[in-house]
Design a protein around this ligand. Structure first.
Ligand code: NI
Length: 185
């Protein structure tokens, strides 16, 4: 296992369209995923896309832990808001409801900043895991947000390009002025 170098905004690898993974079960893919997990945990991120570690392949990892969800939600709905640590290869997103929701986002490739981004709040995603098995899930809330953010990386998009109001692009150190700590990351 190794901690990989993270590409920062401006590096061309972040602006290109990543290529599909031909064989998701290849041992080199598993090694890459293990290294990406170690890198994401070390950097305290919620997700990481392969282009962020200079590998232009359609592969992302993410997690949506339960502590980010609203405790008032029904159990079934709570389920859609959370995801274990997941590796998703060759992902596809289907928007189930075009209604958007705003949230503060950060990105390991845009260190030190946070931005307010509107995204559809209810999606379905599909892909393949490192075991070659199909993954299909419904996602809402932070879970839907992190998946869309990571998949954007595969199409050369960073979250500032999704922002409609750049006055809401701020330094992480100033987030306390505009948001409660638990709503960020
Ligand atoms: Ni990112």
């Amino acid at each position: 296992m190794a901690i990989l170098k993270i590409a920062r905004m401006g590096h061309p690898v972040l602006a290109q369209i990543a290529k599909p993974v031909a064989d998701p079960t290849h041992p080199e893919i598993r090694r890459l995923v293990n290294d990406m997990v170690e890198t994401m945990i070390d950097a305290n991120g919620a997700g990481l896309a392969a282009p962020q570690v200079h590998i232009p392949l359609r592969l992302v990892i993410f997690q949506a832990p339960g502590e980010r969800t609203d405790p008032e939600l029904e159990a079934a709905e709570q389920y859609d808001h959370t995801a274990p640590l997941t590796c998703l290869i060759n992902p596809q997103i289907e928007i189930l409801d075009p209604q958007t929701e705003g949230g503060w986002e950060g990105c390991l490739s845009v260190p030190g900043l946070r931005g307010w981004v509107e995204r559809p709040a209810h999606i379905r995603y599909r892909g393949v895991g490192v075991d070659g098995k199909a993954i299909e899930r419904i996602a809402r809330g932070f879970h839907a947000r992190v998946v869309q953010h990571e998949v954007d990386h595969l199409d050369g998009r960073l979250y500032p390009g999704r922002m409609s109001d750049l006055s809401k692009l701020i330094f992480e150190s100033e987030i306390r002025h505009v948001a409660k700590p638990e709503t960020t990351r």
